[in-house]
Design a binder for this molecule. Structure first.
Ligand code: DAH
Length: 348
Protein backbone atom coordinates (compact mmCIF):
# COMPACT_ATOMS: atom_id res chain seq x y z
CA UNK A 1 0.00 0.00 0.00
CA UNK A 2 1.41 3.35 -0.91
CA UNK A 3 1.73 6.10 1.64
CA UNK A 4 -1.23 8.10 0.36
CA UNK A 5 -3.58 5.16 0.76
CA UNK A 6 -2.17 4.46 4.18
CA UNK A 7 -2.86 8.03 5.20
CA UNK A 8 -6.45 7.90 3.90
CA UNK A 9 -7.15 4.65 5.68
CA UNK A 10 -5.50 5.89 8.84
CA UNK A 11 -7.63 9.02 8.79
CA UNK A 12 -10.90 7.12 8.37
CA UNK A 13 -10.08 4.70 11.18
CA UNK A 14 -8.93 7.46 13.52
CA UNK A 15 -11.99 9.63 12.87
CA UNK A 16 -14.38 6.84 13.69
CA UNK A 17 -12.42 6.08 16.84
CA UNK A 18 -12.50 9.74 17.88
CA UNK A 19 -16.22 9.99 17.21
CA UNK A 20 -17.13 7.07 19.39
CA UNK A 21 -14.85 7.68 22.37
CA UNK A 22 -16.82 8.56 25.53
CA UNK A 23 -14.07 9.21 27.98
CA UNK A 24 -11.94 12.33 28.39
CA UNK A 25 -8.96 10.27 29.55
CA UNK A 26 -9.19 8.04 26.48
CA UNK A 27 -9.32 10.96 24.05
CA UNK A 28 -6.02 12.04 25.47
CA UNK A 29 -4.57 8.59 24.90
CA UNK A 30 -5.81 8.66 21.31
CA UNK A 31 -4.15 11.99 20.75
CA UNK A 32 -0.82 10.75 22.06
CA UNK A 33 -1.03 7.50 20.05
CA UNK A 34 -2.03 9.18 16.77
CA UNK A 35 -0.03 12.37 16.78
CA UNK A 36 2.86 11.49 19.07
CA UNK A 37 6.45 10.76 18.10
CA UNK A 38 5.77 7.03 17.83
CA UNK A 39 2.44 7.49 16.05
CA UNK A 40 1.50 6.39 12.50
CA UNK A 41 1.69 9.90 11.02
CA UNK A 42 5.23 10.40 12.21
CA UNK A 43 5.97 7.00 10.75
CA UNK A 44 4.58 8.04 7.35
CA UNK A 45 6.64 11.21 7.42
CA UNK A 46 9.69 9.17 8.20
CA UNK A 47 9.04 6.87 5.23
CA UNK A 48 9.05 9.86 2.89
CA UNK A 49 12.81 9.68 2.43
CA UNK A 50 12.27 6.72 0.10
CA UNK A 51 9.85 8.65 -2.14
CA UNK A 52 10.63 10.31 -5.46
CA UNK A 53 11.20 14.06 -5.61
CA UNK A 54 7.75 14.58 -7.22
CA UNK A 55 5.84 12.47 -4.74
CA UNK A 56 7.47 13.85 -1.61
CA UNK A 57 5.66 17.24 -1.45
CA UNK A 58 2.32 15.63 -2.33
CA UNK A 59 2.56 13.05 0.45
CA UNK A 60 4.04 15.64 2.81
CA UNK A 61 1.18 18.07 2.38
CA UNK A 62 -1.38 15.25 2.65
CA UNK A 63 0.22 14.05 5.87
CA UNK A 64 0.10 17.57 7.32
CA UNK A 65 -3.53 17.91 6.28
CA UNK A 66 -4.47 14.61 7.90
CA UNK A 67 -2.65 15.64 11.06
CA UNK A 68 -4.49 18.98 11.17
CA UNK A 69 -7.85 17.34 10.56
CA UNK A 70 -7.29 14.77 13.28
CA UNK A 71 -6.07 17.44 15.73
CA UNK A 72 -9.21 19.45 15.04
CA UNK A 73 -11.45 16.38 15.42
CA UNK A 74 -9.83 15.55 18.75
CA UNK A 75 -10.22 19.13 20.02
CA UNK A 76 -13.88 19.19 19.08
CA UNK A 77 -14.59 15.81 20.61
CA UNK A 78 -12.84 16.84 23.81
CA UNK A 79 -14.90 20.02 24.06
CA UNK A 80 -18.07 18.03 23.53
CA UNK A 81 -17.09 15.51 26.22
CA UNK A 82 -16.28 18.33 28.62
CA UNK A 83 -19.70 19.87 28.08
CA UNK A 84 -21.34 16.49 28.68
CA UNK A 85 -19.27 16.00 31.83
CA UNK A 86 -20.29 19.41 33.22
CA UNK A 87 -23.93 18.78 32.37
CA UNK A 88 -23.85 15.41 34.17
CA UNK A 89 -22.16 17.00 37.20
CA UNK A 90 -24.74 19.80 37.35
CA UNK A 91 -27.51 17.24 37.10
CA UNK A 92 -26.01 15.22 39.97
CA UNK A 93 -25.32 18.20 42.22
CA UNK A 94 -28.62 19.91 41.69
CA UNK A 95 -29.71 21.86 44.79
CA UNK A 96 -33.12 23.20 45.58
CA UNK A 97 -32.56 26.83 46.49
CA UNK A 98 -36.18 27.16 47.55
CA UNK A 99 -35.71 24.78 50.49
CA UNK A 100 -35.78 26.56 53.87
CA UNK A 101 -32.25 27.27 55.20
CA UNK A 102 -30.77 26.53 58.60
CA UNK A 103 -31.71 29.49 60.79
CA UNK A 104 -28.76 31.53 62.10
CA UNK A 105 -29.13 32.54 65.73
CA UNK A 106 -28.19 36.21 65.97
CA UNK A 107 -26.61 37.29 69.21
CA UNK A 108 -26.54 40.77 70.69
CA UNK A 109 -24.25 42.89 72.84
CA UNK A 110 -24.33 42.00 76.53
CA UNK A 111 -26.79 44.11 78.49
CA UNK A 112 -23.95 45.85 80.38
CA UNK A 113 -22.32 46.72 77.05
CA UNK A 114 -25.63 48.13 75.83
CA UNK A 115 -25.71 50.49 78.82
CA UNK A 116 -22.06 51.49 78.23
CA UNK A 117 -22.68 51.99 74.49
CA UNK A 118 -25.61 54.27 75.25
CA UNK A 119 -23.47 56.38 77.60
CA UNK A 120 -20.55 56.50 75.15
CA UNK A 121 -22.86 57.76 72.41
CA UNK A 122 -24.31 60.37 74.73
CA UNK A 123 -20.92 61.71 75.83
CA UNK A 124 -19.28 61.56 72.41
CA UNK A 125 -22.21 63.70 71.26
CA UNK A 126 -21.31 66.27 73.94
CA UNK A 127 -17.68 66.44 72.78
CA UNK A 128 -16.15 64.10 75.37
CA UNK A 129 -13.43 61.60 74.53
CA UNK A 130 -13.72 57.96 75.56
CA UNK A 131 -10.48 56.72 77.11
CA UNK A 132 -9.27 53.35 78.30
CA UNK A 133 -7.20 52.59 81.38
CA UNK A 134 -5.39 49.49 82.61
CA UNK A 135 -7.28 46.98 84.78
CA UNK A 136 -4.01 45.88 86.34
CA UNK A 137 -3.11 49.17 87.97
CA UNK A 138 -0.47 50.70 90.19
CA UNK A 139 -1.31 51.49 93.80
CA UNK A 140 0.09 54.91 92.92
CA UNK A 141 -2.72 55.69 90.45
CA UNK A 142 -5.53 53.69 92.01
CA UNK A 143 -5.08 55.24 95.45
CA UNK A 144 -2.27 57.78 95.95
CA UNK A 145 -3.10 59.98 92.97
CA UNK A 146 -6.76 59.86 93.98
CA UNK A 147 -5.89 61.44 97.31
CA UNK A 148 -6.00 58.15 99.20
CA UNK A 149 -2.55 57.97 100.81
CA UNK A 150 -1.32 54.82 102.56
CA UNK A 151 -3.37 54.04 105.67
CA UNK A 152 -6.25 56.24 104.52
CA UNK A 153 -9.36 54.69 106.13
CA UNK A 154 -11.34 54.89 102.86
CA UNK A 155 -8.98 52.29 101.38
CA UNK A 156 -10.68 49.65 103.52
CA UNK A 157 -13.90 49.93 101.52
CA UNK A 158 -12.00 49.12 98.36
CA UNK A 159 -9.81 46.18 99.30
CA UNK A 160 -8.80 44.28 96.22
CA UNK A 161 -6.66 41.61 94.59
CA UNK A 162 -2.99 42.48 94.84
CA UNK A 163 -0.53 41.31 92.21
CA UNK A 164 2.42 42.66 94.18
CA UNK A 165 2.50 45.16 97.02
CA UNK A 166 2.41 48.02 94.51
CA UNK A 167 0.36 46.50 91.69
CA UNK A 168 -3.28 45.55 92.02
CA UNK A 169 -6.54 45.00 90.17
CA UNK A 170 -8.04 48.48 90.04
CA UNK A 171 -10.90 49.04 92.47
CA UNK A 172 -12.33 51.97 90.55
CA UNK A 173 -12.02 53.71 87.17
CA UNK A 174 -10.96 56.92 88.95
CA UNK A 175 -7.20 56.34 88.32
CA UNK A 176 -7.91 57.04 84.64
CA UNK A 177 -8.61 60.63 85.75
CA UNK A 178 -5.00 61.06 86.87
CA UNK A 179 -3.55 59.24 83.88
CA UNK A 180 -5.54 61.43 81.46
CA UNK A 181 -4.82 64.73 83.27
CA UNK A 182 -1.09 64.02 83.28
CA UNK A 183 -1.10 63.68 79.51
CA UNK A 184 -3.50 66.50 78.67
CA UNK A 185 -2.21 69.75 77.24
CA UNK A 186 -4.48 72.34 78.85
CA UNK A 187 -3.21 75.15 76.62
CA UNK A 188 -5.02 73.34 73.79
CA UNK A 189 -8.43 73.35 75.49
CA UNK A 190 -10.53 71.70 78.19
CA UNK A 191 -10.36 68.03 79.17
CA UNK A 192 -13.65 66.20 78.81
CA UNK A 193 -13.55 62.45 79.09
CA UNK A 194 -15.38 59.35 80.18
CA UNK A 195 -13.71 56.03 80.87
CA UNK A 196 -15.77 52.85 81.02
CA UNK A 197 -14.33 49.55 82.19
CA UNK A 198 -14.10 46.68 84.64
CA UNK A 199 -13.14 47.11 88.28
CA UNK A 200 -12.40 44.59 91.02
CA UNK A 201 -12.98 44.37 94.74
CA UNK A 202 -12.48 41.82 97.44
CA UNK A 203 -16.21 41.64 98.06
CA UNK A 204 -18.17 38.58 99.07
CA UNK A 205 -20.42 37.94 96.10
CA UNK A 206 -24.10 38.35 96.91
CA UNK A 207 -27.17 39.73 95.16
CA UNK A 208 -25.77 43.26 95.02
CA UNK A 209 -22.01 42.61 95.12
CA UNK A 210 -19.66 41.01 92.65
CA UNK A 211 -15.86 40.77 92.87
CA UNK A 212 -15.84 42.17 89.33
CA UNK A 213 -18.20 44.84 88.03
CA UNK A 214 -18.19 47.90 85.79
CA UNK A 215 -17.83 51.63 86.21
CA UNK A 216 -17.96 54.64 83.94
CA UNK A 217 -15.76 57.49 85.13
CA UNK A 218 -16.40 61.04 83.98
CA UNK A 219 -14.10 64.06 84.21
CA UNK A 220 -14.27 67.64 82.98
CA UNK A 221 -11.43 70.09 83.69
CA UNK A 222 -11.34 73.66 82.44
CA UNK A 223 -11.39 77.22 83.73
CA UNK A 224 -14.65 78.32 85.39
CA UNK A 225 -16.36 74.93 85.75
CA UNK A 226 -19.01 75.07 88.46
CA UNK A 227 -21.27 72.69 90.30
CA UNK A 228 -24.10 73.86 88.03
CA UNK A 229 -22.24 72.29 85.09
CA UNK A 230 -22.03 69.06 87.08
CA UNK A 231 -25.71 69.11 87.96
CA UNK A 232 -26.76 69.74 84.35
CA UNK A 233 -24.58 66.87 83.16
CA UNK A 234 -25.95 64.50 85.79
CA UNK A 235 -29.48 65.41 84.81
CA UNK A 236 -28.74 64.59 81.17
CA UNK A 237 -27.37 61.18 82.22
CA UNK A 238 -30.43 60.45 84.38
CA UNK A 239 -32.88 61.44 81.67
CA UNK A 240 -31.05 59.57 78.91
CA UNK A 241 -30.92 56.33 80.87
CA UNK A 242 -34.08 56.45 82.97
CA UNK A 243 -36.47 58.61 80.93
CA UNK A 244 -37.17 62.24 80.05
CA UNK A 245 -39.37 62.87 83.09
CA UNK A 246 -36.64 62.17 85.65
CA UNK A 247 -35.50 64.70 88.25
CA UNK A 248 -32.29 64.42 90.23
CA UNK A 249 -31.29 65.51 93.69
CA UNK A 250 -27.84 65.85 95.21
CA UNK A 251 -27.02 64.84 98.76
CA UNK A 252 -23.75 65.80 100.48
CA UNK A 253 -21.34 62.89 100.66
CA UNK A 254 -17.65 62.12 100.93
CA UNK A 255 -15.11 60.92 98.41
CA UNK A 256 -11.39 61.54 98.93
CA UNK A 257 -10.92 62.83 95.37
CA UNK A 258 -13.75 65.36 95.30
CA UNK A 259 -14.64 68.37 97.44
CA UNK A 260 -17.51 68.93 97.81
CA UNK A 261 -18.77 65.45 97.07
CA UNK A 262 -22.33 64.38 96.34
CA UNK A 263 -24.44 61.28 96.13
CA UNK A 264 -26.88 61.53 93.23
CA UNK A 265 -30.47 60.28 93.46
CA UNK A 266 -32.88 60.03 90.55
CA UNK A 267 -36.65 60.24 90.95
CA UNK A 268 -38.15 56.74 90.79
CA UNK A 269 -39.02 55.74 87.24
CA UNK A 270 -41.24 52.93 88.47
CA UNK A 271 -43.69 54.86 90.63
CA UNK A 272 -42.95 58.38 89.37
CA UNK A 273 -41.88 59.32 92.88
CA UNK A 274 -44.96 58.11 94.75
CA UNK A 275 -43.08 55.35 96.56
CA UNK A 276 -42.66 51.66 95.67
CA UNK A 277 -40.41 48.65 96.30
CA UNK A 278 -37.78 49.80 93.74
CA UNK A 279 -37.24 53.12 95.55
CA UNK A 280 -37.85 51.58 98.95
CA UNK A 281 -40.84 53.92 99.35
CA UNK A 282 -38.74 57.06 99.25
CA UNK A 283 -39.48 58.15 95.67
CA UNK A 284 -35.72 58.41 95.02
CA UNK A 285 -33.06 55.94 93.90
CA UNK A 286 -29.36 56.45 94.57
CA UNK A 287 -27.53 56.04 91.25
CA UNK A 288 -24.03 57.51 91.39
CA UNK A 289 -21.32 59.52 93.11
CA UNK A 290 -19.84 62.80 91.94
CA UNK A 291 -18.22 66.02 93.03
CA UNK A 292 -15.84 68.88 92.27
CA UNK A 293 -12.30 67.59 91.71
CA UNK A 294 -10.16 67.98 94.85
CA UNK A 295 -7.26 70.47 94.44
CA UNK A 296 -4.83 67.77 95.67
CA UNK A 297 -5.85 65.52 92.78
CA UNK A 298 -5.22 68.34 90.31
CA UNK A 299 -1.88 69.30 91.83
CA UNK A 300 -0.60 65.71 91.93
CA UNK A 301 -1.46 65.31 88.23
CA UNK A 302 0.48 68.49 87.41
CA UNK A 303 -2.55 70.73 86.88
CA UNK A 304 -2.52 74.24 88.39
CA UNK A 305 -5.50 74.18 90.76
CA UNK A 306 -5.45 77.99 91.02
CA UNK A 307 -6.39 78.23 87.34
CA UNK A 308 -8.15 74.97 86.54
CA UNK A 309 -10.89 73.01 88.19
CA UNK A 310 -13.73 70.74 87.28
CA UNK A 311 -16.08 67.95 88.17
CA UNK A 312 -15.96 64.17 88.19
CA UNK A 313 -18.48 61.39 88.51
CA UNK A 314 -18.46 57.63 88.76
CA UNK A 315 -21.40 55.44 87.91
CA UNK A 316 -22.09 51.73 87.75
CA UNK A 317 -23.55 50.31 84.51
CA UNK A 318 -24.38 47.09 86.40
CA UNK A 319 -26.50 49.05 88.88
CA UNK A 320 -28.07 51.06 86.05
CA UNK A 321 -29.05 47.86 84.23
CA UNK A 322 -30.39 46.26 87.44
CA UNK A 323 -32.57 49.27 88.15
CA UNK A 324 -33.73 49.78 84.59
CA UNK A 325 -34.65 46.17 83.89
CA UNK A 326 -35.67 45.06 87.38
CA UNK A 327 -32.80 42.55 87.74
CA UNK A 328 -32.45 41.78 91.46
CA UNK A 329 -29.19 39.80 91.38
CA UNK A 330 -25.98 41.28 89.92
CA UNK A 331 -24.53 37.76 89.49
CA UNK A 332 -27.00 37.11 86.65
CA UNK A 333 -24.91 39.41 84.45
CA UNK A 334 -21.84 37.20 84.80
CA UNK A 335 -23.33 33.71 84.54
CA UNK A 336 -23.69 34.02 80.77
CA UNK A 337 -26.97 32.15 80.68
CA UNK A 338 -28.32 32.83 77.19
CA UNK A 339 -31.91 32.51 78.44
CA UNK A 340 -31.27 35.45 80.76
CA UNK A 341 -29.19 37.55 78.36
CA UNK A 342 -31.42 37.14 75.31
CA UNK A 343 -34.24 38.91 77.15
CA UNK A 344 -32.40 42.15 76.50
CA UNK A 345 -32.50 42.12 72.72
CA UNK A 346 -31.37 45.47 71.39
CA UNK A 347 -33.95 47.46 69.52
CA UNK A 348 -33.01 48.81 66.10
N1 DAH B 1 -14.59 55.88 92.43
C1 DAH B 1 -15.81 55.91 93.22
C2 DAH B 1 -16.13 54.53 93.73
O1 DAH B 1 -15.68 53.59 93.16
C3 DAH B 1 -16.94 56.44 92.40
C4 DAH B 1 -16.84 57.91 92.19
C5 DAH B 1 -17.44 58.79 93.07
C6 DAH B 1 -16.12 58.40 91.15
C7 DAH B 1 -17.36 60.15 92.89
C8 DAH B 1 -15.99 59.79 90.97
C9 DAH B 1 -16.63 60.65 91.86
O2 DAH B 1 -15.30 60.31 89.97
O3 DAH B 1 -16.52 61.97 91.67
O4 DAH B 1 -16.83 54.41 94.69
Amino acid sequence: MDLKDRLTELKAKALSEIDTVEDLKKINEIRVNLLGKKGPITEVLRGMKDLSKEERPVVGSLANKVRDELTEAITQRREKLEIIKTARKLEKEKIDVTLPGVPVKAGQPHIIMQVIDQLEKLFLGMGYQVVDGPEVEEDHYNFEMMNLPKDHPARDMQDTFYITEQILMRTQTSPVQARTMEKHDFTKGPLKMISPGKVYRRDTDDATHSHQFHQVEGLVIDKHITMADLKGTLQIIARTVFGDEREIRLRPSYFPFTEPSVEVDVSCFKCEGKGCAVCKHTGWIEVLGAGMVHPNVLTMAGVDSEIYGGFAFGLGPDRFAMLKYGVDDIREFYLNDVRFLSQFAQKG
